[in-house]
Design a binder for this molecule. Sequence first.
Ligand SMILES: C[S@@+](CC[C@H](N)C(=O)[O-])C[C@H]1O[C@@H](n2cnc3c(N)ncnc32)[C@H](O)[C@@H]1O
Length: 273
Amino acid sequence: MAEKRAEDGVAAMAACYQRFDPAAYLQYNYTPPRADFQRQDSIVPWKLARLHRAFTEGDVSGELLIDIGSGPTLYQVLSGCEVFNQVLLTDFLEVNRQELRRWLKDEGGCKLDWTPYLQYVCKLEGRRPSAWTEKAANLRKVVKDILPIDVHCPQPMAPGAIPPAGADCLVSCFCLESVSPDLLSFTRALGHIGKLLRAGGHLLLIGALGESYYLGGPGVKIPVVPLNEAQVCASLKESGYTLIRLEVYTLPQDMRVGVDDVTGVFFVKAKKD
Ligand SMILES: C[S@@+](CC[C@H](N)C(=O)[O-])C[C@H]1O[C@@H](n2cnc3c(N)ncnc32)[C@H](O)[C@@H]1O
């Protein structure tokens, strides 16, 4: 009975995502005030700084980085692309994979200009802002593919999509809580993606705190599991990860722009047991 309810919940989430609009999502979340590079308290600079630190501390390394539930965004791999020779982007929806492909092929027609993001991460790395073109070229070189994924499947990616040893690192931002009908599915999804990671590999997880919905497009209200820090820590433990660090960002009033009811953001650095 409980299993059937869980399956129905997952199917309802998948149905919601059929109306996801990449252009609107980018506009809501990846333009000012949420992406204001003049402000340290803007949410995007906060995320980029957390990822920069995590990828440059020296313990995260290897050959393969997988981004889980990339959506139509690239910000989450702008630091990791300097550390890993191979990066795989993944998403459930073809519209998002298409948007990423457009940028990678440099064909024009992208729904967002990633230049200020590339410049900001160059600045974090102590490079001149004009180095952004080199970073863009490197990202285009190391992203080897953009693949389908379903975090609710015990095997989230197609057989043979990744080497049997698994990835050295996973990054995932605002995916698991936004695609899971409840805390149990969130925890299970954490376990499923862990199968893509080698033992001792790192998980960098960014997600929403206290959020019950977000807009995936005009009038497209997508339910979210409202999480608190204790639940995130318990789910990580239950799914076979050891927490290294958890940091929390509280949304300033003027970042609450009506496209969701998020109150904060967590950043987790963890290791697979
Ligand atoms: C809130 S968006 C996050 C996008 C991006 N990572 C970011 O940081 O903005 C959630 C993403 O999860 C994807 N998604 C939906 N269902 C999924 C599933 N079952 N497995 C993996 N990803 C899924 C959606 O297509 C969407 O791109």
